[in-house]
Design a protein around this ligand. Structure first.
Ligand SMILES: [Fe+2]
Length: 276
């Protein structure tokens, strides 16, 4: 049986050049670190285990997708992009004004008002742009995801929603602040992290896809500046332009204005969509 890898995918028929380069760099590592037969066998078993466990997508997206996304971001205008991550699902509910993310009555976590604008690359506001937001809950769990452990799952479409900008390109949505979470650690990817002594956490983040006619959809992740994992994201996906500052509000007047009895936080971000 013969197989052709990526036929028609590599530009300018450069598959041979790229593949040869990958092979040579692996050989260079073997030479530089004088890998033993024992270590070679362990590495070979690791890639076999990845396949058996179905973790190749996880492994590739954690360690390499951000670099592909970096190349993609550098070649276009607009705000920096980010990896989509594995937890996006179609069909999130469309919200009505005032926008509040779907959540449980007693949803744990600090209240967050996330606001801003969607604009063209030159800052011109885009009315009726579409914003899709999804993020983890206060335990680091996403709704609608079949986890391999026995954790309690949130209701369907919890903390997933779609909404639009107003006439001036503005949006504001109420949600809760997500928390850092670990990528799955029970399989070979987790075993690799343990072996090399790296943690498995991603800093807390919001996932957003923004879209509008005449523009290319923008996939973003937004982080928070005091996060303990902001400098050591296991996926290496944090960029300086994607880090938000949280402002805390706890005066009686502010709490009354939002009809809240606990402090809340605000932050904002302007999405500049690339033109299509
Ligand atoms: Fe995520």
């Amino acid at each position: 049986m013969t197989a052709t890898v990526g036929q028609g995918t590599f530009r300018d028929n450069r598959a041979a050049t790229v593949v040869a380069d990958v092979m040579q760099r692996i050989r260079d590592v073997i030479l530089e670190h004088k890998l033993t037969y024992e270590e070679y066998s362990a590495a070979k078993q690791f890639v076999i285990d990845l396949g058996v466990a179905g973790e190749w997508p996880l492994f590739a997206d954690v360690f390499f997708e951000q670099t592909v996304e970096q190349v993609d971001s550098e070649s276009r205008e607009g705000s920096p992009g980010a990896i989509e991550g594995p937890y996006f699902i179609e069909g999130a509910p469309r919200l009505e004004l005032p926008y509040v993310m779907p959540m449980r009555d007693d949803e744990p976590g600090d209240v967050l008002y996330f606001s801003g604008r969607v604009t063209s690359p030159n800052g011109e506001p885009i009315a009726n742009a579409q914003v899709e937001l999804w993020h983890s809950d206060n335990l680091g769990t996403y709704s609608n995801i079949p986890y391999n452990d026995d954790r309690e799952l949130p209701p369907a479409f919890n903390l997933r929603g779609r909404f639009s900008t107003d006439e001036e390109g503005r949006y504001e949505v109420r949600t809760i602040i997500p928390v850092p979470y670990e990528i799955p650690t029970s399989g070979p990817t987790g075993a690799l992290l343990t072996t090399v002594g790296w943690h498995a956490f991603r800093p807390a983040h919001l996932h957003i896809i923004t879209s509008a006619p005449g523009h290319t959809p923008l996939t973003s992740q937004l982080y928070f500046d005091e996060d303990p994992y902001i400098d050591s994201d296991v996926a290496g996906a944090v960029k300086p332009g994607l880090i938000l500052k949280l402002d805390k509000h706890d005066s009686p007047e502010e709490l009354q204005s939002k009809n809240l009895d606990t402090p809340y936080f605000t932050t904002s971000y302007e999405f500049r969509l690339p033109r299509s």
